[in-house]
Design a protein around this ligand. Structure first.
Ligand SMILES: O=C[C@H](O)[C@H](O)COP(=O)(O)O
Ligand SMILES: C=C(OP(=O)(O)O)C(=O)O
Length: 354
């Protein structure tokens, strides 16, 4: 009789990945890119701690799936960001990892050819190359870090990152965040509560020891110092939005009483808008009006935006519409430009008062 199998019963395949150091050598960052990332992180840090009154605006596609469209978007955004940088620090969403409620396309790193071939080595290479391009345009980069191994491959090119609503409560992600070198936002939970995010900021700001990998790709025990630049992101929840003035005031008080920096970003998409992209402009306008009324605890806003509005379903093997999201719906470029220009105008008062 065959002995009973007790390992790898549910493993279909494993595929070796290049070590992080190998990929970083193959697709290196230049000194100028390194200086740019460090400077952008410092600027974001200053905004979080109230030493820079500009609005931190994290804007861009829900996910990057087509590099040509991503590049066109980045060029347009870079140009606009120069025009408004006196009052708004624009950071581009360059999201390569998507958390799913159940199942679905998990982003360019996991499945770069959107055909279930799951060529992760190719995904990591494409991601690194695109991040370098965005930085070379003078745009700081933002991403959600989902898989705890991914940062070793791309984090040196990221200026701000998010831990998403579905993973804020995860110890693994809090530990990872505690060792990341960039400012980071924890989203409130999908049920709308902020407790998990408050606990996450607390945990991530402290030293942690956990299992990870080193730059050679070897399993390692990692000890971190704690990330001092974490903050809350309000994204609404299943009971509705949570960006209104009352919620914002209550949540800032909660952060303060928990001994945390009273700073939060409002995500104008997701459950704050019931994923209805036509509502993103009115939510951003509300946030800006709170700022104009002196609410200094709002440090930033997030908007899911693409070249063209809406979203489309993935049909494997079929051509997709150019510049349209294949994950959450986004506002199109024309609307995005209007939103950013009117935000710039509306912030005039804030700066003249300062
Ligand atoms: O921002 C993206 C989505 O909201 C998130 O990845 C969940 O998507 P899903 O509910 O379609 O799986
Ligand atoms: C997945 C995202 O957001 P959330 O975690 O708030 O659903 C996102 O910003 O892409």
């Amino acid at each position: 009789m065959e002995p009973c199998k007790v390992t790898d019963i549910n493993i279909a395949a494993t595929r070796e990945l290049p070590a992080p150091a190998q990929l970083l050598q193959e697709i290196p960052r230049t000194e100028a890119q390194q200086d740019f990332v460090a400077a952008a992180r410092r600027e974001i840090h200053r905004i979080i701690f109230g030493n820079d009154k500009r609005l931190l605006l994290v804007v861009g596609p829900c996910s990057i799936h087509d590099i040509a469209a991503g590049r066109e978007y980045a060029r347009k955004l870079a140009k606009l960001s120069e025009e408004v940088r006196e009052r708004i620090l624009i950071v581009m969403r360059v999201y390569f990892e998507k958390p799913r409620t159940t199942v679905g396309w998990k982003g360019l790193i996991m499945d770069p050819y959107i055909d279930k071939s799951y060529n992760i080595p190719a995904g990591l290479r494409i991601a690194r190359e695109f991040l370098r391009e965005v930085i070379d345009l003078g745009l700081p980069t933002a991403t959600e870090l989902l898989d705890p191994i991914t940062p070793q491959y791309i984090a040196d090119l990221i200026c701000w990152s998010a831990i998403g609503a579905r993973t804020t409560e995860s110890q693994t992600h809090r530990q990872m965040a505690s060792g990341l070198s960039m400012p980071l936002g924890f989203k409130n939970s999908t049920d709308g509560s902020i407790e998990a995010a408050v606990n996450a900021i607390n945990a991530a700001s402290r030293e942690q020891t956990f299992l990870g990998i080193d730059q050679q790709g070897r399993a390692a025990s990692v000890t971190t110092k704690g990330n001092p630049d974490c903050h809350l992101v309000l994204r609404g929840g299943k009971n509705g939005p949570n960006y209104d003035a009352q919620h914002v005031t209550d949540y800032l008080a909660k952060l303060k009483s928990s001994g945390l920096v009273p700073a939060l970003m409002v995500d104008c998409s997701h459950d704050n808008a019931c994923k209805d992209y036509t509502r993103y402009p009115e939510i951003l306008a509300d946030v800006v009006s709170q700022l104009s009324q002196g609410q200094d605890g709002i440090i930033g806003a997030m908007v899911e935006s693409n070249l063209n509005p809406g979203s489309q379903k993935i049909v494997i093997g079929e051509k997709m519409d150019y510049g349209v999201s294949i994950t959450d719906p986004c506002v199109g470029w024309d609307e995005t430009e209007k939103m950013i220009r009117s935000t710039f105008k509306a912030l005039e008062n804030r700066f003249s008062l300062a």
